[in-house]
Ligand binder design. Structure first.
Ligand code: HEM
Length: 478
């Protein structure tokens, strides 16, 4: 019998890599063993802490420098993750995204503690596949059209409070729009539950993502500790979700008549005929909110930031909205996500004994980071890559493995179509009801908010109302 074993003989310096390439076949007397040499791309030999410091202080600059020095793939060594292979060659990215979950899946991440053990981010393999099968349909096709009215109402309601002629940051208003849109379209929340969740969830998600990177204390630090606070938030959240589930079940003819994602979850059945448990529903609702709220709002803030610096595009968008069109607006959203991807990397971890990925042979446990930023700024794929030019996407759709702000494969963002619809409706409302003042100021810097890269000054806008204020009051119910 031949056993394949993986040994890590490769360091990240070139000389040592050569040694690994000449790795041998060896074995015990009766059991020859083929040893797969690990072949990682080269990378800097700087100490882990220095590399970690650079990644924190100047992440995009560091990525660009590493690409210049090592090419489309390199190995970094950073605290928490350790050695990670960064890739940005579309062929290698495609291979990684399309490889089976038993070969490479998401990384062991602490999000299970924050969002619950039934969250997409905590599930792997078959358990993950089962949940995807159930939750992909609510986010597709005609379902989404049903959510457009909710998004527009929330956009109109929020924009009615915007000051005219005075500069303000759009990040927070966009966050309120996307929070309310998800609470209504996904949670099906209304009245006291809507108010309760609106109050609770931003604080709960923020605290949770901070605690996710800390070790769990061995002793109870008392009721004033942040962990106790997080448990308190979760109890409050569970109580509200229980009331929402009860309301969806009690609603006359419900949940069949309701189109929100919670009602669809209650109606759905796994292949064996069983329903989602209450804990699964609670964890997944929280996951959808945590993954979908800030990411979408931040992309919208970037859209404002980019458009104010491209008055030609802005004028054409306003003309298009007046004519009832959407082609340029849709292309603009794609281009904003290309030049300002709010999530700049997605991660996978090798689960098989080894993974042959393009030119590399990676061992079990190896973390692979797909650099969205490096692919989106690859000159060979997008000529003049730093130029904001929505016309790149007016005639043709982007390639699945070159335009990857939503990641890819079986872990591709489940809310991608929902997010696109939401951004489209919010921008349409903004362009229809306001003129956005252009500016000649320098573009806003990228600022890391932990999960998403946002414009450093919050995507500042100066707006003037195009239509009588009374129109902005339309559809304020809900
Ligand atoms: C512009 C907005 C958004 C961006 C840029 C974004 C980006 C991403 C990315 C990069 C991933 C990881 C994909 C991978 O690993 O290959 C992801 C996963 C996910 N996103 Fe989004 N997302 C957005 C909006 C949303 C929305 C609106 C929702 C839900 C309402 C959502 C729900 C999720 C979920 C549940 C996952 C985990 C999927 C899984 O592990 O199977 N996202 N998203």
């Amino acid at each position: 019998m031949v056993l394949r074993r993986t040994v890590d003989l490769v360091r990240t310096r070139t000389s040592e890599r050569r040694a690994a390439l000449s790795t041998v076949t060896t074995g015990h007397d009766d059991e020859p063993v083929t040893i797969d040499a690990v072949i990682r791309p080269d990378g800097p030999a700087l100490p882990r802490l220095v590399q970690g410091g650079l990644a924190l202080a100047a992440p995009l600059w560091t990525m660009r420098r590493l690409r210049e020095r090592y090419g489309a793939a390199f190995t970094v060594n950073v605290p928490v993750i350790g050695k990670a292979v960064v890739i940005s060659d579309p062929a290698e990215v495609k291979q990684l995204f399309t490889t089976g979950q038993e070969t490479a899946d998401n990384i062991d991440f602490n999000l299970g503690r924050v969002l619950g053990p039934n969250s997409f981010f905590a599930l792997r393999g078959e358990a993950h596949r089962r949940q995807r099968k159930l939750l992909v349909p609510p986010f597709h096709g005609r379902r989404l059209r049903g959510y457009e009215a909710v998004v527009e109402q929330e956009a109109v309601r929020e924009m009615a409070t915007w000051p005219e002629g005075r500069e303000f940051a759009t990040q927070a208003p966009m966050m309120r729009i996307t929070l309310n849109a998800i609470l209504r379209a996904v949670f099906g929340a209304d009245g006291a539950e809507l108010a309760g969740l609106r109050e609770l969830l931003p604080a709960m998600v923020t605290l949770g993502s901070r605690l996710a990177v800390l070790p769990i204390p061995r002793t109870d630090l008392g009721r004033w500790s942040p962990w106790a606070r997080a448990r308190g938030y979760r109890r409050e959240y569970d109580a509200i979700v229980d009331r929402l589930i009860a309301a969806a079940r009690d609603h006359p003819g419900a949940p069949d008549e309701r189109g929100d994602v919670l009602a669809l979850m209650l109606r759905s059945r796994y292949d064996d005929g069983t329903a989602m448990s209450r804990d699964e529903i609670a964890d997944q609702l929280l996951t959808l909110l945590a993954a979908g709220h800030e990411t979408t709002a931040t992309t919208l803030a970037w859209a404002v930031e980019r458009l104010r610096r491209h008055p030609g595009v802005l004028r054409r968008l306003a003309d298009e909205v007046d004519a009832g069109g959407s082609e340029l607006r849709e292309a603009t959203i794609l281009e904003v996500q290309r030049v300002r991807p709010v999530i700049d990397k997605t991660a996978r971890q090798v689960r098989a004994p080894s993974l042959h990925l393009g030119r590399w042979t990676l061992p079990r446990g190896q973390v692979v980071l797909v650099s969205v930023y490096l692919i989106h700024t690859d000159e060979a794929l997008f000529p003049d890559p730093h130029r904001f030019d929505p016309d790149r996407f007016t005639a043709s759709r982007p390639d699945t493995y070159q335009w990857i702000p939503f990641g890819g494969g079986v872990r591709r963002c489940i809310g991608a179509a929902f997010a696109h619809m939401e951004m489209n409706v919010v921008l349409r409302t903004l362009l229809r009801d306001f003129t956005l003042e252009p500016t000649t100021r320098r573009g806003e810097r990228w600022h890391s908010r932990g999960i998403a890269y946002c414009p450093a000054r919050g995507g500042r806008a100066v707006v003037h109302r195009r239509v009588p204020a009374v129109r902005s009051g339309d559809g304020q119910e809900g």
